[in-house]
Design a protein around this ligand. Sequence first.
Ligand code: NAD
Length: 430
Amino acid sequence: MADSSLLADASTRLETALMYVAISEDAIARLQYPKASVSVSIPLRRDNGSLEIFRGYRVRYDDTRGPAKGGVRYHPNVSLDEMESLAFWMTFKCALLNLPYGGAKGGITLNPKALSKHELERLSRSYIDTIADFIGPDADILAPDMYTNATVMGWMMDQYSIIQRRITPGVVTGKPISMGGSQGRETATATGAFHVINTLLPKFDQPPHRTTVAIQGFGNVGAMLAQLLSQVGYCVVAISDSQGSIYASQGLDIPSIRRYKMASKALQAVYCESSVCNIVEHEVISNADLLKLDVDVLIPAALEKQITVDNAHSIQAKYIFEVANGPTTSAADKVLEKKGIFVFPDILVNAGGVTVSYFEWVQNRSGLYWTSEEVNQRLKERITLETEKTWAMADEFDVSMRTASYIHALQRIGEAMDAMGTRDFYSSHD
Ligand code: NAD
């Protein structure tokens, strides 16, 4: 197994699932390492005329079930190891939702807030120039992730189309609607998480009006999910962003906080600059304290590795729904399990985004566009179905929802790998 820490940690989930799934040794061997990774240097002409070079990556973990699919992240922590782990998770997420895709991920190591909007556009186009031969609507399809959004996806699609000399909307999902984006894509990850929560919490007799929620991360997904939950009666008592957290035991007024954050954007529809901490009528707590609050539901919706062996003992929530990718380390999982805390894994909870990305790709290729009602109905049906199947599998094997998710996904990946395998052919000719 790979020696890098994040990917090695991600891979332990696979090893656990393998104890319950009968898949061939060939398939296991092929899932050990990413199929292909590219590291690129991306030139950017700064507004002041100087040239700066950034590191960028694109990783295709596996594409047995279809073209690789995965987001693009702009963050100072972006590294090859992080990209490989995220591409690994995408592979299992797509299989879990039964999407005809493999898994990929890409990113640029930078602080995007330090660039002007024009610099950000030039850098995004430059990234596509450097990886254009590696991606494509039938090979590897991009999408938004942390600190990228529909605007950035539009630039990327346009740049790829310029290189190809034909409009190629299927190379990128999460685009603006006017450039072939899908209705419902912007809110899909939050909506998917909302359906997963509403499918699972009733199994624990936990109705919305008796449920307190803390959400780490008030970005694309966290803020929308906070709104959806509060609309149906969940009491969202704490939220945070990179600058800090706010807490109100009686519940926060999520719509007004969202309006405040949106109104203080500095990069004209690219990033929010203000912090939720600026809303002074609430108590300000640290991000570390938010994770330890005595709430029913904790939703990490920011970065990976937020719940580790160092703080898992202090978690008081009864249920954790992982909206971020990889927020809980495998060692922390064991502590949480001992404490009786139910963890619902990232590859299920945040799969609404890639599901509607798939719908967008289907619409781009067919040329027939769906209404938001059609998109939302299809999303609800698919994610609810796979949540129920995973729940049944957890029951059947008497395992956690995380292990059940990997078992479910691994069965599908293993079947596809075996279907195209050559092992039987060669062994019968010994
Ligand atoms: P985003 O950039 O819009 O928001 C991230 C939020 O996290 C921001 O509010 C930021 O201030 C906050 N944050 C950053 N560091 C923090 C810290 N140390 N403590 C608390 N908050 C912090 O990103 P997003 O699109 O909402 O994605 C959030 C997570 O969800 C990521 O892990 C991403 O991989 C995952 N995800 C996103 C999508 C999608 O469709 N956007 C799909 C699947 C998974």
